[in-house]
Design a protein around this ligand. Sequence first.
Ligand code: HEM
Length: 426
Amino acid sequence: MADNYHQERLDVPAPPAGCPVHHTWSPLNDDYLAEPYAIARQLHDDYDVFYADKLGYLVVTSMSDIERIFTDHETFASVNVQDPVFPLAQQAQNVLAVDDFNPVAVMSNRPEPDHGTIRTYTRQGFSNSRIRTLEPFIRRRGHQLIDAMLSSGSPTEFVEALAFPLPGETVFRFIGFPEEDDEMLKNWCGDRKTFSWGQPTGTQQTEIAEQMVAYWRYCRDFVAHKRDHRGDDFTSELIDAHEANPDDLTYREVESVVYGLSFAGHEAVTSLICNTLVCLLSRRDVWAEVCANISLIPNAIEEVLRYESSQISWRRLTTVDTTIGGYDVPAGTAIFMNFASANRQADLFDNPDEFDIHRPNAARHISFGKGVHYCLGAKFAKFETQVVTEMLAERLPTLKLVEDQLLDYSANITFRGPTRLQVTWD
Ligand code: HEM
């Protein structure tokens, strides 16, 4: 079905004629996963556009091409953004082939004009005022997690202590999921980034596919329950919108928005919180400045999104023959937009490899995309990270990174944040 939420990649067109082909680079290479920026810079210096043979994608490295691609949604469709990069094992395909696994593409991977119609209703739930209603929860739960961290003693592993649980629970409250289901939900949603953006083994694919099916069934039951028990939550608003406009926003689309949101709203925020701490705590003078003046935090977070983003690429698929960087590119070409090079472009940012919380144009980054699919949760993610950073600055000004720890980044082409982060305090 054309509008399935996750699709298999069927064929890989040959590289565009005359386009440089890189035979060894892949965003999954160990050296790139460990430290992408110097390599991304070199790739950009060498080519604006090249074909990555190991990935089967045309890689676009410059901000101007990336912005053009994002804003021309007719030529560059977003239909492939949730799809597995590599073929799925037969067993995983069998798991997903069950009749009742039928989420549809609704937001990031749904073409216009349907996407625009659906977004009219989903956008309403992301207003500033609704996001602000989450603050009491973020603060209450954040303080509980910090208390638990303090009583477990220094040092602590911060991803498990706070950065993973808090964003999950926050988006679950936003959606309206009951608290008692949190642990189960966190397990089900945990590995989606490996499934769609990594290179999992067949066994991993199958396990994750089973979790996805379980999670989808849960979402369906949950929406059905909400239909009869509305509350002050995003899902209730979507059901209201569906009932008022059933042709614009179908019931299956409501279920599918709920299904997609828990991933979109979770681990990228975990990583943004961790990347913020890595950037700030590794520069003691900057952390001291932030602790003394928390109004510096919003621009510091924009700078983190530029300098060490939690999302360093995104994908598109050409719908017609076109040109990119002077090369003729056929319809059906998969595009990999490399934010890691664009966000550090020297002609856009002074001293691009310097982390500067006072940078006047820090927010010029491309980490939330651009155009009709611009991240719906951008304000949500920044607000949550801001609140957490404020709480840590106020309660734990002596917070430090454990020295000499080697940060490990999960193997995927897009999402970037340390899998573990050891912190200490006096
Ligand atoms: C640091 C955290 C985050 C980053 C870096 C990020 C990044 C992105 C990017 C790059 C896109 C695609 C934009 C495009 O195609 O132009 C996107 C789309 C989206 N994001 Fe985020 N995101 C983050 C957090 C969130 C959160 C917290 C939520 C929800 C609670 C969310 C919900 C969405 C949705 C629904 C879309 C699809 C929008 C559409 O197609 O209309 N994101 N995000």
